[in-house]
Structures are given as structure tokens and as C-alpha cells.
Design a protein. Sequence first.
Length: 221
Amino acid sequence: MGEFPFCSPVSIWVIITHTQGDKMNQLAWSKMSGKMVGIPALNTDTTTNKFCIAKSKDKDSICSECYSWNMLKTFRKNAVPRFKMNSDILSSRVLEMNELVRPNGNHVRFNAHGELINTNHVQNLVNYALFYPKVTFTLWTKKKALIQSFFNKHKKPDNLILIYSNEIVGTVYKSVPKHFDKVFNVVNSNLQEVNCDGKCIDCMMCYTRENKTEQIIEKIK
Ligand code: SF4
């Protein structure tokens, strides 16, 4: 299973706390390590996400081997309350702009853990991009229908990069679905062209608008 959209089991995660407002009731960005060192992430809880729960039982999907699920059920259980808090805040309503806690970086990721929950969640991520135009936000998601139905009616901000996460191992997409910028594919052999290796901070293919590579291919780990 690939390292993305989940993190490596050897990653050490540190939750950043912020000084504004009530810490227990505000969004919390995570400081990442391992492959994603240097890329802050606004994570949500995989273990209570209905989509993730259903997909975890689908043997044809990469989700049945989800690193995030395995970590949050075992040695990173302590991250679940913070991620669940983010899930609840992001999905409950459209937030005021001053509730969108600033990320500590200019190239950041949504959902290194977790998956989109509902339209409120999407709208809040869009509002992040609108509120912080100098920050580039990248979202990985498998929920193509939710993205397409939302962006059929709303303009996508230029500083929001959408990556469709292909759940079928070994099948590289030939095109990019409507409203997405890239596809993330996982393959199980080097016979297919692998262009995702090493640390994101040294690569940044997924985090810079100028990079026009459409198919990201990682060898399964
Ligand atoms: S292509 Fe580069 S930026 Fe994208 S996930 Fe792979 S290493 Fe990270």
C-alpha cells in the first residue's frame, strides 16, 4: 500500500496547538514527519468516517490496507480525539473566516488522515483557500462525486490543488477527472513509471500550482 494518501507507519506525528481561542474547540493543524516532513496537514478522523469504514471492508480497494486506519486503531490512537474534533468542526457548518486557524506554512495538505465528510467540509476547505490566497492547499480525496457536484456549482480557487486518489492498485489513470488537477496512483511493480519517491518537501510536485504533472505514480510499500 502506498504512503499516500496516508502516512508511513514509522512516521512520528506531533499535533500543533494554537494560541487563539479555545484550543479544544478549534481546528488543529498537525506537524508531519516521515515522507511528509515540512508539510503541515489539517487531518480528520479516519476511524469514524462512514466512507472510510465502508471502504475498509472492500478488498478491491487500497482502503482495505489503510495505514491511517491501522495507525489510529493502534499506536497513534492518541491522535484520534484531535482528528475527530477537526471532523466535527469542519462538517458541522460553514465556519466564519476567523475560525479558520492559519496553517504554519505556505504549502499545506488537507486530509493526510481522513476523507471528505460532506459539503460543509468541502466549503470550509474552499474558504481556507480564499482566506489565505498566498498559501497553496492540496487535497487528496477518493470522493469524486462530491467534488464534481460541488465544483459544478462553485468556482475552484487557483490555490486549491485537487488530487484524485485512485483506489485500485496497479491501474494508472489515463486522464484526470473533471475539476481535479492530478491523479495519485499506486502500483505494485517498477514496470510502471514511478515518479513519486522520497520526501514531499524535496519534490513538491503535488504542492505547487506550476507543476503540470497529471499522473503521480508511487510504488506500493
Ligand atoms: S509526487 Fe512528490 S509531492 Fe507528491 S506525494 Fe510524491 S513525493 Fe510527495
